[in-house]
Design a binder for this molecule. Structure first.
Ligand code: GZL
Length: 347
């Protein structure tokens, strides 16, 4: 009876400790023994993830956790539920726990100067994953962030422009083709305002589309990278006087495009032909929509970053030379190659 009581008290104390840690969970490698691949000891990584807002984010989280297992790295994983203050809390907890290395995906680009200084003062290397940060004028990312692993967001959006312009010149939608003389009207669903993905994709799109003066943006609003918000915004546009003017929808991720497709269908229009839709990520939901001929194209943004994160972490801790940013290799998919590619997609 006494033993049972002791076990019960230990379990209660452990649950309070978990809750106080901002929802941190030990994942990857866990408390199992052995050493980290390529090391003479087991290393501990604190990882602050944004949340679970999209299929892409979930695939990225799964990749990080699976790779930690594979490398036998003890992962202290925190889900910030889209809140920067939760990321700060988690990172300060990692510093207190004296982890070997920190990985984090900044939910937005700015507001990280102080905490990056705290990490630097603690002498802990930090890998920025997926989205980049913008520091105060005169500060270089490289002086605070040991490595960046992620995509070139500007390049992804420029690929989207080139796909759209080519499609409108060769195929067009049910209302028009781009013969250079007619206005092509665009609606844009942007991602989380201020995030590296939204900033980069907006910059890339704006820079490239400016080469085609007959392409006019008539709607632009954030859908926060979620399916629900993409649908809500599109529903409002479909009720507006300019609803029939929309020729193209550019969604900065597939989840918002899929939500918008539901709204377009509900409004009695045909997504994929009345309104040509291009998005970014290339998640499974996008392939399903392309096979239904409701999404026209998606530009790949690789979330399977886990192995690169863990490999880079070991190289950093072994003081081996690394390239600060190794850009992800990414393709693009539309009705010409989606069916063939689908069976081998990993996310
Ligand atoms: C892009 C990533 C974006 C995805 C969205 O690297 O930050 O965030 O495009 C995700 O699906 O929410």
């Amino acid at each position: 009876m006494k033993k049972l009581l002791v076990v019960l008290m230990v379990l209660i104390a452990a649950s309070f400790a978990f809750a106080a840690g901002g929802g941190q969970q030990a994942a990857g490698g866990g408390s199992s023994g052995g050493v980290t691949r390529g090391m003479d000891r087991k290393i501990v990584m604190g990882y602050s993830q944004i949340g679970a807002e999209s299929e892409w984010r979930t695939a990225c989280t799964n990749s990080v956790k699976a790779a930690a297992e594979e490398w036998n790295i003890e992962l202290i994983f925190s889900d910030a539920q889209q809140k920067q203050e939760n990321q700060m809390q988690a990172i300060r907890s990692f510093i207190r726990q004296k982890v070997d290395i920190i990985g984090f995906t900044p939910v937005v680009e700015t507001g990280w100067d102080a905490i990056l200084q705290e990490i630097k003062d603690a002498g802990i290397p930090v890998i920025c994953v997926d989205r980049q940060v913008t520091l105060a004028a005169g500060k270089r990312q490289e002086d605070y962030i040991t490595a960046f692993i992620g995509s070139n967001m500007q390049a992804e959006a420029k690929k989207a422009v080139q796909w759209v312009v080519n499609y409108m010149k060769t195929t067009g939608n049910t209302k028009k083709k781009d013969d250079g003389s007619v206005d092509i009207n665009i609606a844009i669903l942007e991602g989380t305002t201020g995030s590296g993905a939204q900033v980069g994709r907006t910059e890339g799109w704006n820079e490239e589309i400016a080469k085609y003066p007959n392409y006019k943006t008539i709607f632009r609003q954030t859908g926060n990278f979620t399916r629900a918000e993409g649908q809500q915004v599109m529903e409002a546009w479909m009720k507006s006087p300019q609803a029939n003017d929309i020729d193209i929808l550019f969604a900065q991720n597939d989840d918002m495009a899929i939500g918008a497709i539901d709204a377009i269908n509900a409004a009695g229009k045909k997504p994929g032909s009345d309104i040509i839709i291009v998005s970014i990520d290339a998640v499974k939901g996008a392939f399903d929509a392309m096979l239904r001929k409701e999404l026209n194209a998606t530009i790949e943004c690789n979330p399977l970053l886990g192995p690169q994160v863990m490999d880079t972490a070991v190289k950093i801790l072994k003081k081996q030379s690394i390239t600060w940013w190794v850009e992800s290799e990414e393709g693009q998919f539309d009705w010409t190659n989606a069916e063939t590619a689908y069976p081998t997609r990993q996310y």
